[in-house]
Design a protein around this ligand. Structure first.
Ligand code: ADP
Ligand code: ASP
Ligand code: MG
Length: 422
């Protein structure tokens, strides 16, 4: 039986028609290798950012449904153009959006999870020898409503398609040559990793390494889909393989450093110190589909019998969170302030090598201290330590941590594409 390869090309890779021709050549090469090919594409260049900007110009709080209707259009353009480019090079290709295939998601706007992918149409067209081009980032609910998977979600579309089709591999083509020890736009001599485990990559992605959408790694791990991240522009480069931890050898305590500036910190002051209160607070947030990241509860103050609860959320959920907390005030007897700080960033170090290796956390704290960076919150997992710092300190922190954990190399990374000017 022929093998299926899923390829995904991000925005920079399809930014103009010349780049789309280049993608068509890469796709055809894989077909010429004797494989069936399913290609997932993102919107061209910074299209999605411009669409978001237009929406915000018109409404401070656009409805989730209309945002998804709007943002899903970007991918519709690139699939048709890529299918035409492939056809123009003499190969049979067909483009499909999520609704045409049946990329089914939960009924949630702006960060829906894929629950099922229908494969009949895909298999039929592959059997007819066609290259299939699929719109990333979008899904459809059982009621026929359009959803999107969250910014950067085309990676997840690709891995989910690879899992559904039992594909041989999912190749993520992007504007850098793989996964690096940190964002090469911040540290130009960051090192490219030949391999990284699903576990570490998942932590890095959650910590802000936006080279991969976190749910794509989660899905790859769950279904054992081998993933490779590589450059669209330098095809001789092997990129980075993402695979199970048992296949890895661990040398260094830290594999990578990441920063996430898209969070806000909320402090709920003077919360009554009695059982069930934290549960009520976080159940309310969960019911509004708000994900909470770091959480700290202070020691109870004996006199007032209250404590403070601080937590971080995605900035996009800020207004939803504030109104949820306001609604809770009378229910759980909140009398204190609700403080909001969106001038913060989470800086994290990640590495399976830190398990059972003492001194990694202290080195991190000491390094930040030497740089005069104040740590506002700390959270840890088995293979990650995160510190919340002021936003202005984030890049300095990343550079210092990358240096102290000896992650640099002599070469300068090749980075394509510009940051959006919106
Ligand atoms: P695409 O449009 O192809 O999906 P993205 O912009 O989503 O591309 O992701 C690629 C970008 O991720 C790179 O240009 C780089 O700036 C950024 N990045 C952040 N952390 C890392 C990392 N650890 N390794 C590689 N790239 C990273
Ligand atoms: N076009 C979407 C975005 O910019 C999805 C993606 O690129 O993965 O977020
Ligand atoms: Mg991306």
């Amino acid at each position: 039986m022929r093998k299926i390869i899923v390829q995904k090309f991000g925005g920079t890779s399809v930014a103009d028609t010349d780049k789309i021709k280049n993608v068509a050549r890469t796709v055809i090469k894989e077909k010429e290798n004797g494989n069936d090919v399913v290609v997932v594409v993102s919107a061209m260049g910074h299209t999605t950012d411009y669409l978001v900007k237009m929406a915000k110009d018109l409404s401070p709080n656009p409805s989730g449904r209309e945002m998804d209707m709007l943002l899903s259009t970007g991918e519709g353009v690139s699939i048709a153009l890529l299918a035409m480019a492939i056809q123009a090079q003499g190969y049979s290709a067909v483009s499909f959006n999520a609704m045409q295939i049946g990329i089914m998601t939960e009924n949630v706007h702006s960060k829906a999870r894929i629950v099922d992918i229908k494969t009949e149409k895909l298999r039929k067209n592959l059997n007819e020898g066609k290259i299939i081009v699929v719109a990333g980032f979008q899904g459809v609910t059982e009621d026929g409503e359009i959803t999107t998977l969250g910014r950067g979600g085309s990676d997840t579309s690709a891995v989910a398609l690879a899992a559904a089709l039992n594909a041989e591999r999912c190749d993520i083509y992007t504007d850098v040559e793989g996964v690096y020890t940190t964002d090469p736009r911040v540290v130009p001599n960051a090192s490219r990793l030949d391999k990284v485990s699903y576990e570490e990559m998942l932590e890095l992605a959650h910590a802000g390494a936006n080279v991969l959408h976190p749910r794509s790694v989660e899905t790859a791990k769950q279904f054992g889909v081998p993933m490779r991240v590589r450059s669209s522009f330098k095809l001789d480069n092997l990129g980075t393989l993402i695979l199970g931890v048992e296949k890895m050898e661990i040398y260094k305590p830290v594999t990578g450093v990441a920063a996430d500036s898209s969070q806000a910190r909320i402090v709920v002051c003077d919360v009554p110190d009695k059982p069930g209160v934290a549960a009520k607070l976080f159940t309310k947030l969960a019911s509004e589909n708000i994900s909470v990241d770091m959480i700290i509860q202070s020691y109870a103050r004996k006199v007032s019998n209250t404590n403070d609860i601080a937590f971080t959320i995605d900035m996009a959920d800020l207004s939803k969170t504030v109104s949820a907390l306001e609604n809770l005030k009378s229910e759980i007897g909140l009398t204190g302030d609700i403080q909001i700080n969106d001038n913060i960033a989470k800086v994290s170090i990640v590495g399976a090598g830190m398990i059972d290796r003492p001194g990694v956390a202290s080195t991190m704290f000491e390094t930040l201290g030497q740089q005069g960076i104040n740590i506002r919150m700390i959270s840890t997992s088995e293979i990650k330590i995160s510190c919340l710092v002021d936003k202005d300190d984030a890049q300095k922190a990343v550079k210092a941590l990358h240096e102290v954990f000896e992650l640099s190399c002599d070469e300068t990374a090749d980075v394509k594409g510009d940051l959006p000017d919106v």
